[in-house]
Design a protein around this ligand. Structure first.
Ligand code: HEM
Length: 543
């Protein structure tokens, strides 16, 4: 049954599989499979529509209107919360993490305990040096791959993902995983046995190198979610995946490794006096979690005191949440930036020139320091990052649930309805009477005049973020790639600093040329995140 009055395709409401057949057809031919659902708002001429995804389920409501989406996320948080249903597959794995909690007192208390962990000062002190170190290792790895490839296209996603995983691992657990270094050593060792294809247009062959155990485990777990993400009986299918023997083996090894890290820190910190504990620097997520847990305890902090299992699980789950959320996201952002730059050589050249100018103190091509990269004003670099995040919209839909009966654009939305919001800033808000918008949304009427004037929002155009004097102006358009409001991305600062450090160093050290034929396409592949379908470029090492 459709919700009253909210526009929908009549034909879909009479079909057992509703909008699914049209969606599957569109996905097959579409360059961007994530767009179909929100495009229906334009097709039906309404900022809010409902789509049907099969029998025995209520329709889902889709909203594609930048002003209203931002407003719902930021101000209407009592009426719309993070959707619990969309996390059915995450809940069994991260039951005690803040990610799967409703935005209530429990969620807030948990965030309070971890306060500052993803803040600027922790990231500058702990994470940024690590990002710089891993980026330099990545450059060495890619130099070797470019040499082996000899001008053939190179597949690069896994290298970026390994680098992002090394970084988040160190930030979370405090020790080195050395995924990128291991990959480089393995490639150097195996390159003698690899024969390259005759054609310069074929993808270069690289030796297969075993990856760190925790990396393969986390990727395996994420793959399990992906496999069931678009299935009808998602919860049941993921239950089947979790009960497979390979899954259980990997899961047990993950439990063991993470618990060992937590218990190790607990054993070390619980021997300290309260004043020594107060003076202890928080050098990783696990130190932070265990230290704050101990400080919150009353009385004796004797070494024999075990960490209660619920607290252990909470720390364990919160750390795993960061590990799972903190690598593919960054690797996807970097992958899109590389693809866009390869497709736009003149913009890539301008970005390279801006970086040379920004770090003009470098002698004989020395790499810029982490402080220089994070503190210099390089507007073209900011614009490149911002436009990549806007255009790619890695997280292409934000899932919410109506927590009470409410209204959107004058339509009645019943409590419990599933509401999907589009974070893509690609078109002017709908031209509807202002009175149909919420009061808080009405106040934003004149906030983004450029969005109304721009007709080229589907083009990757980084100049749109530059003011007349050449400075970067982040207020020109709404920014929703990290969402907004209390449930916005928890790792945004870390993500932006990592993006900046790695992108600047990569562009200084390599030229990315488009791969041939289909490999050059900017088509997307919708996994949990939206990633480029073909993560290939020709890598040219700059001297
Ligand atoms: C370019 C990289 C990234 C993008 C584009 C991105 C985007 C997002 C988006 C759109 C959300 C959903 C918010 C919502 O439902 O309203 C989110 C949530 C989240 N992100 Fe990110 N993210 C990125 C990197 C990271 C990193 C590096 C971490 C961790 C280190 C992280 C941790 C999280 C967490 C924990 C949440 C859940 C927040 C909550 O439950 O309140 N993200 N992210």
């Amino acid at each position: 049954q459709p919700y009253p009055k909210i526009p929908y395709h009549k034909v879909s409401s009479k079909r057992i599989w509703g909008d699914v057949p049209a969606m599957m057809k569109a996905i097959k031919i579409s360059e961007d499979p994530s767009r179909f659902v929100f495009q229906q708002c334009r097709t039906l001429g309404s900022p809010v529509v409902q789509l049907f995804f099969g029998p025995f389920t209520k329709p889902a409501i889709f909203v594609d209107d930048v002003r209203e989406v931002k407003d719902i996320l930021s101000f209407r948080t009592r009426e719309f919360d993070r959707s619990y249903k969309s996390q059915d597959t995450l809940r069994p794995m991260l039951r005690h993490s803040s990610l799967v909690k409703a935005t209530g007192p429990e969620f807030k208390a948990q965030r309070k305990l971890w306060e500052g962990f993803m803040g600027m000062s922790f990231i500058r002190r702990v994470a940024a040096p690590e990002m710089h170190r891993v980026a330099l290792e990545l450059i060495e790895l890619l130099r070797t791959k470019a040499k082996i490839a000899g001008g053939r296209p190179v597949y690069f996603f896994t290298d970026l993902d390994l680098a992002a995983f090394d970084i988040i691992w160190k930030v979370v657990f405090g020790n080195d995983l050395n995924g990128v270094r291991g990959e480089h050593e393995g490639i150097l060792k195996g390159s003698g046995q690899i024969k390259q294809p005759m054609s310069m247009d074929s993808v270069a062959e690289m030796p297969m190198v075993p990856k760190p155990e925790m990396y393969t485990t986390v990727c395996f777990v994420i793959k399990g979610i992906e496999q069931t993400f678009t299935t009808y009986f998602q919860r049941f299918n993921h239950w089947l995946v979790r009960h497979g023997s390979a899954y259980k083996r990997k899961w047990d090894s993950k439990q063991r490794i993470v618990d060992e890290r937590i218990n190790g820190e607990h054993a070390r910190l619980s021997k300290l006096s309260r004043s020594a504990l107060l003076d202890t620097e928080e050098t990783s997520g696990v130190v932070l979690g265990v230290r704050r847990y101990l400080l919150a305890q009353e009385g004796d902090l004797g070494a024999s005191k075990n960490i209660p299992s619920t607290t252990q699980q909470e720390i364990h789950n919160e750390l795993m949440m960061l590990l799972m959320a903190g690598h593919e996201t960054n690797a996807s952002a970097l992958s899109w930036a590389i693809k866009y730059l390869a497709a736009h050589p003149s913009k890539q050249a301008r970005l390279h020139d801006s970086l040379l100018e920004g770090f003009s103190e470098r002698v004989h091509g020395a790499q810029p320091t982490v402080d220089a990269i994070l503190s210099r004003s390089i507007p073209y670099l900011d614009a490149c990052m911002e436009e990549t995040l806007r255009h790619a919209t890695i997280s292409s839909r934000l899932a919410r649930v109506a927590t009470m009966n409410t209204e959107l654009f004058g339509y009645r939305i019943p409590g419990g309805a599933s509401v999907m919001l589009s974070p893509y800033v690609g078109a002017a808000p709908f031209n509807v009477p202002e009175a149909h918008r919420s009061l808080s949304s009405q106040r934003t009427k004149d906030n983004y005049p450029l969005l109304h004037e721009s007709s080229d929002m589907d083009v990757w155009e980084l100049e749109r973020w530059l003011a007349d004097d050449g400075s970067f102006d982040g207020r020109r358009y709404p920014r929703l790639a990290f969402s907004a409001g209390p449930r916005a991305c928890y790792g945004k600062i870390l993500a932006m600093q990592e993006f900046r450090i790695i992108l600047a160093l990569l562009v200084l050290n390599f030229e990315f040329a488009a791969a041939p034929g289909e490999l050059a396409s900017l088509a997307a592949h919708q996994r949990i995140l939206k990633v480029p379908r073909h993560c290939h470029v020709r890598l040219i090492t700059r001297s």
